[in-house]
Design a protein around this ligand. Sequence first.
Ligand code: ADE
Length: 246
Amino acid sequence: MRIDIMTLFPDMCEAFLSGSIIGRARAAGHVDIRCINIRDFAGNKHNRVDDYPYGGGTGMVMQPNPIYDCYRAVTEEGARNCHLIYLTPQGKTLTQERVRELSEMDDLVLLCGHYEGVDERVIEEIVDEEISIGDYVLTGGELPALILADSISRMLPGVLANEDAFTEESHYGHLLEYPQYTRPPEWRGREVPPVLLSGDHGKVDRWRLEQSLERTLRRRPDMLEAAEASGELTKEEQGILEDLKG
Ligand code: ADE
């Protein structure tokens, strides 16, 4: 999988992408992530990439041509067949399901906007999909692009040590994850739930499922309603849920 990030702040992106799990995944060749500076394609001696909005108003707008020239260079003049995603609060909200689908693509290009936005014509010309990471506004698309690159990369083969790590976690299915504990068995008067020390795997699985359902019911009833409506709940889950609802 290759991911190219078109940005005005490649150093900021690199700083994140060099560390920890993603840094290791890049070094091991599980994912090829590159950061490209849109300013390198400014095409004028002042390296300017933004201008005042037509029609007036505050802020600056990113001009279409530097982004387009950057895109042409990244896609090798159109020879590479990439899926281009523009990160914007106006996009469709990212979900784990969409992350999983994107992780099956080979070639992604992420466009980070800045200032008050990007000239609409270049969006029409090159963008395949617009994604938001939530209903709030950031100063630019870099953090959203990094969040997207991170969430996709961790689903690629070889990146996480154990693939169960994501088949059991929150949002992978229709439930939030159960609580986790590690040593010591007692900390500041709080004990690890005894069932987890029992060695009875059947009981542990059942307890975890109950905890997942209980948390999801309390914190994200919308997720449970959606799962119920689409028939995703197993008989066992339905039974536990009925008991929880009393
Ligand atoms: N750029 C600024 N805010 C954003 C958001 N919430 N999602 C994606 N891109 C953004």
